[in-house]
Design a protein around this ligand. Sequence first.
Ligand SMILES: [Zn+2]
Length: 273
Amino acid sequence: MSITEKYFDVHCHIHDAPEKLCALKDLTTQRLALMGTRPEDWSVVACQAQAHPDRVCSAFGIHPWYAHLYAFSTASEGKEGLGWEKELRAYLEDHPKAIVGEIGMDKVAKDPETGQVYAMSPQLALLHTQLDLAVEYDRPISLHCVRASEELMRLLRDRGPSRLPPRIMLHSFSLSSETLRALLKLPCGPRLYWSISCVVSLRSPKAARWIEMVPRDRLLLESDLHSTDGVDDAMHRVVEQVAEIRGWSTQETMNIAWENSQLFFTVGSEVEG
Ligand SMILES: [Zn+2]
C-alpha cells in the first residue's frame, strides 16, 4: 500500500537561515509553523507567512532566553518601556491567524555573555504579559518549558482556564511522565497539546514512557530546526519513532498528527468542545 506523506511541522525556526528559505518550495513537509523569538525576527516570519499563506503558519513572541532584555523585574520600572508589547499587538492584529510563540521558561540555558543561567523572574514576568495578550486576542500559544515542571504546574493552576489561551502547545516536550499525568488532571488539561521533536524530546531514553500517555487527539510533531536543511528528514524520523512507540502505522501517525495540527492552528476558542 502506498503512503501519502503528510507532515505538519508545528514548531521550527527555519527563518534563522534566510539564505536557505528558497528551499522551502521543495520541501515535502507541507505545512510549517515559524516561531518568532524576539522583535527582530517577527518581520521575517510575517514575510514568509505572506509569501506562502497555504504552507506557513506564523507565531510571534519573545523567547525566554531574551526575557532579560524585554521584561522588567521590578514594579517601579513601570510599563512605559514596553515598546515590544505594542509591536506584538500590531503583529497579532495584522495576522489574525498567527499564534503567540515562542514563549516560556527555561531553568537550564545560560546567557552566553555572563555564563549564568537565565534568571527566572524576568522570564515569568514576560510570560505572564504574553499570556495575557494571547488570552486577549484568543490565540493558541507555543510554550517552551525546560526543567521547570513545578513552575509550569503552578502557573497553569494559578491562572486557571479563564486566564489561559484556548490551546497550549508544550513544544519539544521533555518533562516526565509524572508531570504529563499531573498536567492532564488540571482544569486546563483538555487545552494542552504535546509536541514531539527528535532533537529534544526523543533524545531521552525515557521519552517512550510519556509518549505512550499523550492523548491521541493532543499529539503534535515538530522539527524544531533552524534551517530548511533536514526538516523533511526530521519529520520522517519523528513519525517513524512515534509510530513505533504507539504501535500505529506510519500513515496513521501522520494522519493523526496532521489532523491535530490543523485543529491546533485554527485560531480562537470556537473549536473547543
Ligand atoms: Zn523553538
